[in-house]
Write a protein that binds this ligand. Structure first.
Ligand code: OAD
Length: 272
């Protein structure tokens, strides 16, 4: 069972949030967990089901395509389907609410667009977005998908998990997001291990971290560099750093619990 929320820590966090002139929210998979999207490293997370040495690199994915296409189809489906079905949860909405009261930059490692759908207007996607299709070298934006397009792709990929000719059916299923078309090769705008972070979002995120006076770090293990340096940049520049996460750890102010529970309470205490 989770420990009860520290009321004094909540008061201090609310005070910092109320007084802040510029806020950065740094978010990870935990903020979307209550929308039904698994995290990476918790029980049942993506990397506990699918080894990141294979599935977190483009080369590994290409190798999996030839060696175990059904397993690759299962991975692609596991990534796309929950995103296609997800709706913003109270944590995303509470973050958007802070943005209606003062300047907020959301720096997210998530690729699910849920912050934007909840109403946050300045969102920097440092690991890219599942909704965006780019040229093979990642330089040119080709198109943005709708949620219903993503749902259709997820359904076709689901069918490629079974039966014969998995690879051929997978390639057809993902053609809207990856493959070769008349305008050249295209792929989802995702940052995998070894890739540079998405620009200009990453440069803008560093600037926002250095300029904010309060940073909320929500639902991230903080293990993946360089994105995980964002809270430290903010702290070094003098910001108060508040961590919201049910896991173990200790920042300056640690509100232990689920984002969908803590964030609405924090926002209510800061502004009501
Ligand atoms: P992780 O899976 O590493 O960490 C998820 C964090 O969310 C953990 O600290 C959990 O305790 C916390 N958590 C779980 N449920 C929560 C909830 N309901 N509310 C709040 N917190 C909750 O995910 P990330 O830190 O996002 O990058 O992972 C960072 C990067 O690693 C990802 O962007 C991805 C991955 O490899 C790439 O693939 C490049």
């Amino acid at each position: 069972m989770n420990a009860p929320l520290d009321n004094e820590a909540l008061n201090i966090a609310a005070w910092h949030l109320r007084e802040a002139k510029r806020v950065v929210v740094f978010s990870g998979a935990g903020v979307s967990a209550e929308s039904g999207i698994p995290t990476f490293r918790d029980d049942g997370g993506f990397w506990t089901e699918f080894p990141p040495e294979i599935y977190a690199t483009w080369n590994g994915i290409l190798r999996a395509a030839t060696k175990e296409p059904r397993r690759l189809a299962a991975f692609v489906h596991a990534v796309i389907a929950p995103i296609a079905d997800a709706e913003p949860n109270p944590a995303h909405r509470a973050i958007a609410e802070v943005g209606r009261r003062k300047p907020v930059t959301v720096v997210t490692q998530n690729i699910d667009r849920l912050h934007q759908r909840a109403g946050s207007t300045r969102v920097l996607e440092v690991h890219g977005s599942m909704y965006e299709v780019v040229s093979l070298n990642g330089k040119k934006s080709k198109r943005t998908l709708t949620q219903s397009q993503l749902k259709r792709i997820a359904e076709r990929v689901r069918r490629a998990k079974y039966g014969v000719l998995s690879l051929a059916r997978l390639l057809v299923a993902i053609r809207p997001i990856a493959g070769v078309g008349i305008t050249g090769a295209h792929r989802p705008n995702l940052v995998l291990f070894g890739d540079s972070l998405a620009e200009p979002d990453w440069s803008d995120a560093l600037k926002a971290a250095k300029e904010c006076d309060c940073l909320l770090s929500v639902g991230t293990s903080g293990l993946v560099l360089p994105a995980a340096m964002i809270p430290a940049y903010a702290k070094d520049a003098g910001a108060n750093v508040i961590t919201i996460d049910p896991g173990e750890g200790g920042g300056d102010i640690w509100l232990r619990g689920k984002a969908g529970d803590i964030l609405p309470r924090l926002v209510a205490r800061a502004f009501d």
